[in-house]
Design a protein around this ligand. Sequence first.
Ligand code: GDP
Ligand code: MG
Length: 296
Amino acid sequence: MKEKKHYSGFISIIGNPNVGKSTLMNALTGINLSIITKKAQTTRHRILGILSGDNYQMVLSDTPGIIKPAYQMQNSMMTFVKEAINDADILIYMISIGEKDINNESYLKRIKNSKVPVIVLINKIDESNQYDVEKSVKNWKNILPKASVYPISALKNFFMKELLEILKKMLPEGQEFFPKDQITDKPERFFVNEAIRSEILSQYNKEIPYSVEVETEEFSEDDNIIKILSVILVERETQKGIIIGHKGQKLKSVGTASRKVLEHFFQKKIFMQLRVKVLKNWRSDKNQLKRFGYRN
Ligand code: GDP
Ligand code: MG
């Protein structure tokens, strides 16, 4: 009897900040693995989303937006991007229709020279019109002649099913990389940290969200409840006060909102405690960055 063929591959989503990479990842996997906000640099890590079927496995990578690094943490964020480019079987380069400049020439060069198939996705076409979409498709076919170019809307789920079919057909033959029921490479604590960070991104202004890292010290689960103790780390004493807020109101609000998101994510009741600690200038400290899972 002939054995059934199996297909598998790494698909990396890269592009400038805010173009909708994380929205695409969540739309394709159907799970909110990546946090999404209006702010740039929301995604700090490479996050895998694994989609499996009987005869295939796609390993999608959501990555941080391409930026010129200003401090050590951003260096590490760009290392994640480079790794995702290097080990991809299929590259997705995402742009948003309103985007004016390419402003990442060196990355574009890597993509041009890539030996693997490239797909350009022009996102947010729900905010545009046919004329501008056609113009953009033409423009990108010029810039990357070997790539396939598709207009999409990750937010409105436009072209998502079609894209999945296209990706499936492009997968090379190969075995699965992960057990078929696994959906991501990240542990539960990572999603707790990200849910809290997401609330901080939306509830505080200016530099506060960028100075914050979250570490979950306790995650214990029984049949009925998950107990969580997480620590919000800031770079300076003044930031600690801002995070906590008057009579602890701000921190409480972060706790309540992230607990709700996590109860939905884990489908279980959650008891959550939050603490705030100062860890001086952690973003520039290689040892601290290592502890939070950044590399360099
Ligand atoms: P990333 O930084 O590339 O990961 O981008 P995100 O996925 O975090 O999205 C950035 C912002 O763009 C968020 O406010 C999203 O809701 C929004 N966005 C993403 N996809 C679309 C889309 O197809 N249409 C519109 N109008 N907005 C989108
Ligand atoms: Mg993102």
